[in-house]
Design a protein around this ligand. Structure first.
Ligand code: ADP
Ligand code: MG
Ligand code: ZN
Length: 668
């Protein structure tokens, strides 16, 4: 800790002392009258109370005349009500009024709106807003000025957003999200249904002595619906939902994050049963003591505070903490211990069936053309997350609207898929003729090899229109959801990926930098084949590398991390090199033998920029580029036809296989 942080801490301590004295003074001089509920409501309705502060169940009202508080009242509201929202407070007051009017007709107004007050606040329990209304304005200004000065001095060139006192938690009650809005993830739903059950009636479980997990960790890649799930649990159980993001806790002042955690849990405790959702928990929950150069006091304190709070739960406390992460590997093991996040639910990318259901959920309120078949769309979107599928439908809707259509058709869906896959199309980028020729050969190299290697997925689309950061692209899409890949398939993928570079070598006799992403991909695959999947005879069936990504610091002090020697490292390198160079030789040989196809395809590409399955197949059968171009000209006179046609006709055994599989599924 350096001198600067020390002074800052002292200043903060001093401020807290002032605040404390202020509260004491306010309690001595401004002693508030405690009223009964009817009295309080009556004063509210008559306008006698014109400022209202709701701190969960403790309400404070003031009669303010000319900006000065003349009288203060407090009342304790029944704890069964949830006053976490504006509407809830208003509704409650109105209910009371109705009841009072029945007892004593005529003396109460019919309805009451919070807008009638000159001031209304949902007080943060620790923010001290009650106190601030007592203190002269000057004091408030002075304190905020000091805060501001400290922030300035510590943050250097003023980086914003520093609300030190607030929890930053968002509270939502009456969430409308239900399990039916989360499509496809049946197993996950089942596991979470238990949590819902518990939140609905914590007593039932407590009586039987059942220990319900206080923490549930949702693990999965981005966009798979983790946040959606957490909300659905709150929605189904009908409990308030407190959400924060791990990164909200991370600020530069030691102690702030920990205080936020405390505030958050305090707030939650007053609103049981409820859910606390911590998104991106990896931002605070990283392994302690990792990281270079230390200086992570803040994060560690925050994490410790979370642990302390979770350990403090009583068995039948109605609070469940749900956390989400896509980096479970870097989480501090302490988080995963019993009594903390001991329930872990994997939220995976959806499979074919899941994708179809997600598409249907998101198409609910969109007009879809009658010939749209979600089964087909689901089939060619392997690897898409729920968020990407939602995005794809949205893109398709935008495209349809732009084209002035009334319904979303196959064409828009198809373009939507591409948009999501590649980022927005960049037709405007200026490409010179020689660039174009080079890219055309590069992509044709990929495409020809993809067709020649029998284990590669079928080629769908080849294009030299730049998208995202790529100059062109060759799209292959698997026909099934196979996640396991064989040795032969991996070799073929390496070969096909090298195809771009090889075509450049062969034709242009020079290489460009365009292949760097390809090379990266190839080395990754080859490395994993050797070190993880036991696909090298020389090294045998040993996993030398875990799948864990290296994260700052963890592996640095740990030189021989796989626990293998220098020689083994050398063998690994030589095996990787061998795999790649064998595939390279094969790629050169295949492309040399099929040079005319390569030439024809790249000429069509230069001319037409994008070609699809049909043209690729013609070219592979030896069609001349003139023939293909003429064919395309003729066809393109007519509007583009349904791009899914090629995929729906069962042209290969794969499709047949999959259909029988689906029948099996139905029988289950
Ligand atoms: P995560 O928190 O895992 O990154 P989100 O919950 O924020 O993902 O998901 C983003 C959006 O993607 C959701 O709002 C929803 O529209 C869509 N989505 C993701 N998964 C699903 C699913 N299983 N069913 C329906 N929609 C989904
Ligand atoms: Mg999320
Ligand atoms: Zn490439």
């Amino acid at each position: 800790m350096n001198k600067k942080t020390k002074t800052i801490i002292w200043i903060i301590v001093a401020i807290f002392a002032i605040v404390l004295v202020g509260i004491l003074i306010s309690n001595i001089f401004g002693s508030a009258k405690t009223l009964t509920i009817p009295e309080f409501i009556g004063k509210l309705a008559s306008g006698e109370i014109n400022e209202l502060y709701v701190d969960a169940h403790k309400w404070t009202g003031y009669t303010v005349v000319d900006g000065r508080v003349t009288v203060a009242y407090t009342v304790t509201m029944p704890s069964i009500y949830d006053f976490s929202s504006f509407q809830a407070v208003e509704e409650y007051i109105n209910d009371c009024l109705k009841q009072l009017a029945q007892i004593n007709p005529g003396s109460y107004p019919e309805s009451f709106s919070l807008m009638m007050l000159s001031r209304f606040e949902m007080a943060d329990p620790n923010a001290g807003s009650v106190w601030s209304s007592f203190m002269p304005l000057l004091g408030v200004v002075l304190v905020s000025l000091m805060f501001w000065l400290i922030m300035r001095s510590a943050a250097g060139a003023g980086s914003g957003n520093m609300s030190i006192n607030k929890t930053k938690a968002h509270v939502q009650s009456n969430l409308k999200v239900r399990f039916s809005d989360v499509a496809g993830a049946e197993e996950e739903k089942e596991e979470l249904a238990e949590v819902v059950e518990f939140l609905k009636s914590p007593k039932k479980f407590a009586v039987l002595g059942a220990r319900i997990p206080s923490g549930v960790l949702l693990v999965g890649p981005p966009g798979t619906g983790k946040t959606l799930f957490a909300k659905a649990v709150a929605g189904e159980a009908g409990v308030p939902f407190f959400s924060v993001s791990g990164s909200d806790f991370v600020e530069m002042y030691v102690g702030v994050g920990a205080k936020r955690v405390r505030d958050l849990f305090d707030m939650a405790k007053k609103n049981q049963p409820c859910i606390i959702f911590i998104d991106e928990i990896d931002a605070v929950g990283r392994r302690r003591g990792a990281g270079l150069g230390g200086g992570h006091d803040e994060r560690e304190q925050t994490l410790n505070q979370i642990l302390v709070q979770m350990d403090g739960f009583e068995a039948n406390d109605g609070i469940i903490v749900i956390a989400a992460t896509n980096r479970e590997d870097i989480l501090d093991p302490a988080l995963l211990r019993p009594g903390r996040f001991d329930r872990r639910i994997n939220v995976n990318l959806p499979d074919v069936k899941g994708r179809e259901q997600i598409l249907k959920v998101h198409a609910r309120n969109k007009p879809m053309a009658t010939d749209v078949n979600f089964k087909t769309v689901a089939r060619i979107t392997a690897g898409f997350s729920g968020a990407e599928l939602a995005n794809l439908l949205n893109e398709a809707a935008i495209l349809a609207a732009r084209a002035g259509k009334k319904e979303i058709g196959n064409l828009e869906l198809y373009d939507g898929i591409n948009k999501v896959l590649m980022g927005p199309q960049k037709k405007s980028r200026v490409v010179t003729e020689s660039d174009k020729r080079c890219t055309a050969y590069h992509e044709a190299g990929h495409a020809v090899l993809a067709c020649l290697c029998k284990n590669c997925d079928p080629v769908h689309e080849v294009s030299i229109i730049p998208r995202g950061r790529a100059a062109g692209y060759t799209m292959t899409r698997p026909e099934t959801d196979d996640n396991d890949v064989s040795y032969n398939k991996l070799n073929d993928i390496i070969c096909m990926t090298l195809g771009g570079r090889v075509a450049e070598e062969l034709v242009i006799q020079d290489v460009t930098t365009g292949a760097s992403a390809d090379l990266q991909h190839v080395s990754n695959i080859a490395r994993r084949m050797v070190t993880q999947w036991g696909m090298s005879d020389k090294l045998g069936l040993v996993a030398y590398d875990s799948d864990q990504p290296v994260f700052m610091g963890m592996e640095y002090g740990n030189q021989s991390r796989g626990g293998y020697s220098q020689e083994t490292a050398a063998t690994i390198d030589s095996e990787i090199r061998r795999l790649i160079s064998e595939a390279h030789e094969r790629a050169i040989k295949l492309l040399k033998e099929n040079r005319s196809i390569l030439d024809n395809m790249s000429r069509v590409l230069v001319e037409k920029e994008t070609i699809y399955t049909e043209e690729v197949q013609m070219l592979m059968k030896g069609a001349d580029y003139k023939e293909v171009i003429a064919y395309m000209d003729e066809r393109d006179g007519a509007p583009r036809k349904n791009p899914f046609v090629n995929m729906t006709t069962p042209s290969s055994e794969h499709v047949v296989e999959e259909e029988t599989q689906e029948q099996d599924n139905k029988e289950e």
